[in-house]
Design a binder for this molecule. Sequence first.
Ligand code: F6P
Length: 318
Amino acid sequence: LKSIAVMTSGGDSPGMNAAARAVVRTALHQGAEVWGINNGYKGLLKDDIVKLESRSVGDIIQRGGTFLGTARCSEFTTPEGRQKAFEVLKKRGIEGLVVIGGDGSLTGAKLLNDLGMPVVGLPGTIDNDVWGTDYTIGSDTAANTIVDAINKLRDTASAHRRIIIIEVMGRKSGWLAMTAGIAGGAEQILVPEVRNNLDIVCQELKESYDKGKRYSIVVVAEGYGCAVEIGKKVAEVTGIDTRVSVLGHIQRGGSPSVEDRIKASMLGERAASALIAGISNVLFGFDAGKIVTIDLTNAVNNKKTLDPELARLAKILA
Ligand code: F6P
């Protein structure tokens, strides 16, 4: 293909810029022209598309967010919306598209591919919940942001001998909570994939406090439940002074980690090269440190599960 486009869609994640930059520079390196679609599918439907040059993606590798902008778009979920999007691309002479986003965005990408527009997907979400890849762009930075927050919350939890409950993002996935919880040394990690009994959690927290533990950190995945409610129950049952911290969108921002910059760059290069070579309806991801090609249809039709090894490790180390 000689003319491709790139877009970011859904929740932004640190490293999306590195991926888009790699798509642009690879395409130009191979003599193709490359377009940027602003604000995801919403922008596509509005024909909000700009030609990108090498300098358009200068000074962005270190930035979180996405220079293209992103959005969640309900119109694109309808067949009429997708047909309109297809026609916008055709009219522009765009022959293929790289979509960087999470589950919902990749489902949209697959449906656009079904209409006859060659699409390659890249997993971009802090949640790390895309099937077929053990890595998604932004998940490493977000996990590090959470660990940094846990480190800080430990200081104050210890000073007051409190239990601190931290709610983290991840949608239906417990990956962020589990990974950051282990790395942050949390006493309890509550994820939707493992239905811990809250009464037992309270009992364990109380027992360790009675044995002299100064404080406890409990990480709760948003998909498990509401930390404020859990905090109320923990305080009631244990009688221990408890505080709740909902980290929120701070987890989505910040300068991407080295891992996110490198992996996103590798994925962006691969996506542009594949698309230009005529490969489509695939998702590129990582498996055990190596880039893998995943059928896009399989990626969006399957649900990723949390590695049970992580839950086992967390239990032993707590
Ligand atoms: O999918 C990324 C994510 O940050 C989830 O972890 C979270 O549930 C959701 O997006 C929040 O979405 P929004 O930014 O639209 O509130």
